[in-house]
Design a protein around this ligand. Structure first.
Ligand code: NDP
Length: 315
């Protein structure tokens, strides 16, 4: 077991983590960024990013994350391709242990662990995981060329996934539980204009069926009303796009979380309930959840950590 010391430990490597890395390395704090189980975060699973300032023609998600990573490294951030598996914030320096068992003693910690896709909680999702069930169209869409797929959800993510899949699959159904889409107008318009996308409003999924892989979904329309009706939808792929939950389980007993598990911060700062621990990005943001807002809080967390270290005269 090795022990490493750092002034700033950054846990997570999405736009928030890398931006915190850029700022704190430029402040000569030599941050250590633990990339976590999904280096680059959620944007590595997306295709075109059209709304991040500075890319008028858009940019591919994985490419943008690699650029952010290189920018952090350029100024001296150390990037470790492992996950932190345990933290102890009860005394300083904070003691964190990585998945290999190495110990990191950190004067400050910036948590930027992001959020992960939600599932419906049906036993069939586990049964058919990797056999037709997916929460990432860009990762798995390729397997459904000229096939029929369904996307669950009515938000921007669902529309984005449906549009992407419609370029590969023969037919895309959107399974939407309300009688309207929650997505932004521009996404709604794109979906409605795409000929091979059909929106099934007021529908919920009861289960999936198929021999060795998904062959269809059992749906119910107008659940809980006198007109409720069940029907089968033959599909080969079932994609979830119903939102995300914050990746904060590891911190549950260490810092204050809200009812949904998001890290509570003293806005507008990024201070958590433990002095010297800061949070940035989607793990502390149930509202905006955008790459650019995550990057903004990553910047703020780095400045908060720097000020904290200065006030405590530790560098
Ligand atoms: P949202 O929370 O916006 O939408 C989730 C969708 O899933 C809603 O339609 C919701 O239904 C539905 N849903 C949730 N739980 C269930 C369930 N158990 N069963 C069936 N349906 C369910 O999440 P998104 O991931 O779409 O978006 C998150 C944020 O990211 C938003 O702010 C969005 O604008 C943004 N975003 C922006 C993009 C862009 O600008 N290009 C791309 C992707 C995301 P209901 O409406 O009934 O609650």
């Amino acid at each position: 077991m090795e022990t490493k010391k750092t002034r700033v430990l950054i846990i997570g490597s999405g736009p928030a983590g890398y931006t915190a890395g850029i700022y704190s390395s430029r402040a000569n704090l030599k941050p250590v960024i633990y990339e976590g189980p999904q280096p680059g975060g959620q944007l590595t699973q997306t295709t075109e990013i059209e709304n991040f300032p500075g890319y008028p023609q858009g940019i591919q998600g994985p490419e943008m994350m690699e650029e952010l990573r290189q920018q952090a490294i350029r100024f001296g951030a150390e990037v470790v391709s492992r996950a932190i598996s345990k933290v102890d914030f009860s005394s300083r320096p904070f003691r964190c242990v990585d998945e290999r068992g190495d110990e990191i003693l950190a004067d400050t910690v910036i948590i930027s662990t992001g959020a992960s896709a939600k599932y419906l909680g049906l036993p069939d999702e586990d049964k058919y995981m990797g056999l037709g069930v997916s929460a990432c169209a860009t990762c798995d869409g390729f397997f459904y060329r000229k096939k029929k797929v369904a996307v669950v959800g009515g938000g921007d993510t669902a529309c984005e996934e449906a549009l992407y899949l419609s370029t590969l699959a023969e037919k895309v159904y959107m399974i939407v539980r309300k009688d309207y889409l929650r997505a932004s107008n521009v996404m709604q318009k794109r979906v409605r204009e795409r000929e091979n996308i059909e929106i099934l409003f007021e529908c919920n999924t009861l289960g999936l069926y198929g021999d060795g892989g998904v062959e269809g979904a059992r749906l119910i329309r107008r659940k809980g009303t006198p007109e409720a009706e069940e029907f089968d939808l033959p599909i080969d792929g079932f994609f979830l796009a119903i939102g995300h939950h914050p990746n904060t389980e590891m911190f549950r007993d260490q810092i204050r979380l809200d009812a949904e598990g998001y890290i509570e911060v003293e806005a507008p700062s990024t201070r958590t309930s433990v002095e010297g621990v800061f949070a940035a990005g989607d793990c502390a943001d149930p509202t905006y959840r955008q790459a650019v807002s995550a990057a903004g809080t990553g910047c703020r967390a780095a400045l908060d950590a720097e000020r904290y270290l200065m006030e405590h005269d530790e560098f």
